[in-house]
Design a protein around this ligand. Structure first.
Ligand code: PEP
Length: 252
């Protein structure tokens, strides 16, 4: 049973996984969801190079598509980058900004993440803004402080609920099989909800707050039932249609 609030979102982040052979997974998922009445939005975020192929596989299905990252400028001399406008043109409705792997591997700062979120909004995309503490920060009791700092630094004050999603992803829970306890998840999500009111005003109330970090079919019901948890950002378990479906089923 899912908690009350805005319509949830279950988004699958494929990271640097995906190939033409893997297109069978979204094809399968689309077929499996065809006659299912969903109480949540479902999205896949494949690597940029296969977006158009995934889009054609998803044609006519309920599944939306997002990018994994974007540059904040609409175009220009930024070798290797893609803009939010390019993602939009490829069929995306959203883009992830500030995933912890980007923050760590590409030294992305809160300031850069906010610029990316503004780029997403400019292009008409929903910005899925990721935040979350490291294990060291959790152990030293700094989780709420870190989350507050990241929210203030990364979420544009003019953001609307319709075009903004927050993903709380404890860095130590990503890809490790570890998850916070449900009271810990509820505590951080309540804190995020309160902080969003300060940043976005009334729009904060309807903004979706996803939990991400080792979500799988076996723990999805419990995690998604927590107050202020409005869906999930899923990494590893989004790569296989059957596993992803096991999580999406929370919202059927
Ligand atoms: C992620 O990378 O956003 C993520 C949550 O990964 P995983 O589900 O594999 O922990």
């Amino acid at each position: 049973m899912a908690s009350e609030g805005p319509r949830p979102l279950v988004a699958g982040n494929w990271k640097m996984n995906g190939s033409v052979a893997m297109l069978k997974e979204p094809r399968l998922l689309a077929a499996m969801l065809k006659d299912v009445k969903l109480k949540a939005d479902v999205m896949v975020c494949p690597p940029a190079v296969i977006l158009r192929r995934v889009k054609s596989v998803l044609k006519g299905s309920k599944i939306k598509m997002g990018g994994q990252d974007c540059h904040w400028n609409p175009a220009g001399a930024h070798t290797g980058d893609v803009s939010a406008e390019m993602l939009k043109e490829s069929g995306c409705t959203a883009v992830i900004a500030g995933h912890s792997e980007r923050r760590t591997n590409h030294a992305e700062t809160d300031e850069m993440v906010m610029k990316k979120a503004r780029g997403a909004h400019r292009a008409g995309l929903t910005a899925i803004i990721c935040i979350g503490e490291t294990l060291e920060e959790r152990k030293s009791g700094k989780t709420l402080e870190v989350v507050s700092r990241q929210l203030k630094g990364s979420v544009p004050e003019e953001s609307t609920a319709a075009k903004t999603v927050i993903a709380y992803e404890p860095v130590w829970a990503i890809g490790t099989g570890l998850t916070p306890t449900t009271p810990e998840v509820a505590e951080v999500h309540a804190h995020i909800r309160a902080e969003l009111a300060g940043i976005m005003g009334a729009e904060g109330k309807g903004t979706r707050i996803l939990y991400g970090g080792s979500v799988k079919p076996s723990n999805a019901v419990e995690l998604m039932s927590q107050p202020n948890v409005n869906g999930a950002l899923v990494g590893g378990a989004s790569l296989k249609a059957a596993d992803f479906l096991g999580i999406i089923k929370v919202y059927t």
